[in-house]
Design a protein around this ligand. Structure first.
Ligand SMILES: *[C@@H]1O[C@H](CO)[C@@H](O)[C@H](O)[C@H]1NC(C)=O
Ligand SMILES: *[C@@H]1O[C@H](CO)[C@@H](O)[C@H](O)[C@H]1NC(C)=O
Ligand SMILES: *[C@@H]1O[C@H](CO)[C@@H](O)[C@H](O)[C@H]1NC(C)=O
Length: 456
């Protein structure tokens, strides 16, 4: 018995490296597309042979899920590349543009990156070229396509078009729930911006793609290119490519520390009791609760203790110590001894009272996106955007006393789509008809329930 087990494990060991290449996400000839999370680890394994078999099946499933998302959109992305290159290399005034604009200090990356992805979706829908005026993005992300607005504004100027002059200024998407809903859910966006050479998405800071999905004028587009309704994952895998000098650090950490199965714990303890409408600190899930769920996930897969790693991204130093105590120093991993030193030492300080720097936040978010699973704090865009980027549905840890079944300890999302965090306030501000329109999308609950309602 012992011998046959060893043999089957050995067979798997020999097979796995071969399978690795099959798990690459295929996206045409594009080798830079992200790997399926967690698959690069090459033993030795301690888990039972059947566990490894299940793991392989899970990896194949995830690769199939990526294919399912990428295949429909591949032609669209290829034609986008052509359009973008034409915009950048044009000898005359190039095609129309959409610019996504925000400042580093406006929000954390969990709110800013979805805005870039939404802008990309909108540019694809409207046959425009996307440019990004967001210093953090232009510094930390890199692409074969030049998305820099600064560069493009110079090109336009060379063609006699001054985008900062009032007569050539782009048309800005309006603010306010009613205006937002009216535009994103009801108007033909192409038509709306038609007369304007430039369109501007200014400080959107949310995942407004959640509204575009409901727009009848663009239904055909969504049905055709996003049949699973996962929008963030395929578009982020195209547009969010971390610059090699930063990405190499992330990969190095991953290769040194990740094992067969890696479970992220994104634990936010701050951001409570800040104002009377905000969630009470007393109602936060305990650190033990996160660890319990992570351990449950490990056991549910039958993963041996030596084959699992728990990757922690938390906002207080004590949390790291507690998780290490509960889950074991050998199995708990994190970057920068927990929270990274502040801005004067490491780049731009993280806004919105988030800890660390934008660079350390990006590093943690990218590593969570590479995990096989994630136990995250409800309403934290930092967590759900990491999972969305990785293309998997995380477990949300819920606030409260959990004394009734109406207030569970946790729930797992159905899809990887991130939240639209303004939904609850927006729905209150809209008339019945607009609320019905928003609800016409079967994902409306997914977009809604992951943010608490700080007004009630
Ligand atoms: C572009 O327009 C702005 C605002 O009118 C003006 O300040 C700037 O000098 C113009 N730039 C050029 C190169 O004309
Ligand atoms: C939206 O507007 C564009 C530009 O005017 C037009 O070509 C397209 O057919 C419209 N789409 C729908 C579904 O009305
Ligand atoms: C960051 O570090 C500098 C110098 O070490 C210090 O003066 C500053 O108060 C720190 N800022 C924060 C937000 O901790």
């Amino acid at each position: 018995m012992v011998i046959s087990l060893r043999t089957s494990t050995l067979t798997l060991l020999l097979l796995l490296p071969l399978l690795v290449s099959a798990y690459r996400v295929r996206g045409g000839a594009d080798e830079t597309l992200r790997e399926v999370p967690g698959h690069r680890y090459k033993g030795p394994y301690h888990s039972h042979g059947s566990v490894l078999q299940k793991f392989r099946a899970l990896q194949r499933l995830r690769a199939a899920e990526w294919d399912l998302r990428m295949q429909p959109v591949q032609g669209l992305l290829d034609s986008y590349k052509e359009r973008h290159n034409a915009c950048v290399n044009s000898k005359t005034l190039p095609g129309k543009y959409l610019v996504v604009r925000m400042e580093d200090k406006d929000a954390g990356i969990g709110n800013q990156l979805p805005s870039v992805v939404t802008g990309f979706l909108l540019a694809l829908m409207m046959d425009r070229c996307l440019f990004v005026d967001f210093p953090f993005f232009n510094k930390y992300f890199d692409h074969e396509l030049d998305f820099s607005w600064e560069h493009h504004a110079e090109r336009l100027l060379a063609h006699g078009h001054n985008a900062t002059a009032p007569e050539d200024a782009p048309l800005m998407i309006p603010f306010g729930y009613k205006a937002i809903a009216d535009l994103w859910m009801y108007r033909n966006m192409t038509e709306y911006f038609h007369k304007y050479y430039g369109a501007l998405m200014f400080k959107d800071l949310d995942y407004s793609a959640a509204l575009l999905v409901n727009n009848p004028h663009h239904q055909e587009f969504i049905d055709k290119y996003f049949p699973t309704r996962d929008i963030f994952a395929p578009l982020a895998s195209f547009i969010l490519r971390i610059r090699p000098e930063f990405d190499n650090k992330i990969k190095e950490f991953k290769h040194l520390n990740f094992k067969l199965f890696n479970i992220g714990l994104q634990i936010r303890r701050r951001k409570c009791n800040r104002d009377p409408n905000e969630v009470s600190c007393e109602l936060r899930p305990s650190v033990e609760a996160y660890c319990t769920v992570a351990r449950h996930i490990q056991l549910s897969h039958g993963i041996h203790d030596d084959d699992v790693r728990f990757f922690v991204a938390a906002d207080e130093p004590e949390i790291y110590t507690q998780v290490v105590k509960i889950l074991g120093a050998d199995r708990v991993i994190f970057t920068d001894n927990g929270i990274s030193p502040n801005s004067s030492l490491r780049g731009v300080e993280n806004p919105a009272q988030n800890k660390g720097t934008l660079e350390s936040a990006l590093q943690d978010m990218a590593l969570m996106s590479h995990c096989n699973d994630l136990v995250m704090t409800l309403a934290s865009s930092f967590g759900y955007v990491a999972a969305a980027w990785g293309g998997y549905a995380p477990v949300h840890m819920v606030y409260g006393r959990h004394t009734t079944s109406q207030n569970p300890y946790w729930y797992r999302a159905i899809s990887s789509e991130p939240c639209y965090w303004q939904t609850k306030n927006m729905m209150r501000a809209l008339d019945d008809k607009a609320v019905q329109r928003f609800r016409s999308n079967p994902l409306w609950m997914q977009y809604t329930q992951c943010h608490y309602d700080w007004d009630t």
